[in-house]
Design a protein around this ligand. Structure first.
Ligand SMILES: [Zn+2]
Length: 93
């Protein structure tokens, strides 16, 4: 359990993803995206970069680096909202 990864996001849920990230994974994702946000293409600054799954686990997405992407805090917030709406939709089927 203890892997020394501190999650800065106070609002639970999506932040749990970050606990699976190793330094190497983080670097690989940032390199792949040229250190830009996957949502709005803004340059990502250290400390305000959020990592999330393209396809969330609750929607069947795998917890692998290929399913992860880096987002700015703005896009991350939008992402969380969308996932919540999607998840709510799934439950109301
Ligand atoms: Zn963004």
């Amino acid at each position: 359990m203890e892997r020394g990864v501190q999650v800065a996001e106070p609002s639970g849920e999506a932040a749990t993803t970050e606990a699976y990230l190793s330094d190497e994974t983080v670097q690989a994702i940032l390199d792949r995206q040229c250190h830009r946000c996957a949502g709005c293409n803004a340059p990502l600054a250290a400390g305000s970069t959020h990592f999330d799954l393209r396809e969330p686990v609750i929607c069947g997405g795998p917890l692998v680096p290929g399913n992860l992407e880096a987002l700015c805090s703005f896009c991350h917030r939008i992402r969380i909202r969308r996932i919540r709406e999607r998840f709510a939709g799934h439950r109301n089927k």
